[in-house]
Design a protein around this ligand. Structure first.
Ligand code: FES
Ligand code: FES
Length: 166
């Protein structure tokens, strides 16, 4: 019995500001690569681009990593929620989600935090419609979304205040 030789591809990209060269298999999804590399904030949900739990930022824009091939990421900059903060040193957006009870089971939250980050980069004082548009595509089975909209409004205040304080 012959064993087919496995083909691999080299991809150079930046993950959370760290240049990396990955060896991947053709067809490997960005979602799989990130989780196997220890970026567990990237969650596996629908695997069909409809729930938002796998969102990462690609060059600053939220993208579903379950429908992106890792091979297409040559030269791109990927950001996962781990780049923003941690339990010990949370980003103001994370603080806002906690303050406003926008976190229950938490499964949807890393993706929502990243989409909030991308929104506030472009629109420091978003109105409710802009927040709903930014969170569109993120499903949450726990909160009913009202608390998460409030969390994004609070996050905008906190981010603005921290920027003003330098
Ligand atoms: S797992 Fe990617 S959108 Fe649901
Ligand atoms: S907090 Fe549980 S899915 Fe959103």
């Amino acid at each position: 019995m012959s064993v087919a030789e496995k083909t691999t591809i080299q991809v150079s990209l930046t993950i959370n500001d760290q240049p990396q060269r990955l060896t991947i298999e053709p067809g490997e999804l960005l979602l799989d690569g990130r989780r196997s590399a220890g970026y567990y904030g990237v969650k596996r949900g629908c695997e069909a681009g409809t729930c938002g739990s796998c969102v990462v930022l690609v060059d600053g824009t939220p993208q579903f990593s379950c429908i992106l091939h890792a091979a297409g990421m040559e030269g791109r900059s990927i950001t996962t929620v781990e780049a923003l903060g941690s339990t010990d040193s949370p980003h103001p957006i994370m603080e806002a989600f906690a303050e406003e009870a926008g976190v229950q089971c938490g499964y949807c939250v890393p993706g929502m935090v990243l989409s909030t980050h991308a929104l506030l980069d472009q629109v420091p004082q978003p109105d409710e419609d802009q927040i709903k548009t930014a969170l569109d595509g993120h499903l949450c089975r726990c909160t009913g979304y009202v608390k998460q909209i409030k969390a994004v409004q609070r996050a905008a205040e906190l981010v603005r205040t921290r920027r003003e304080q330098g």
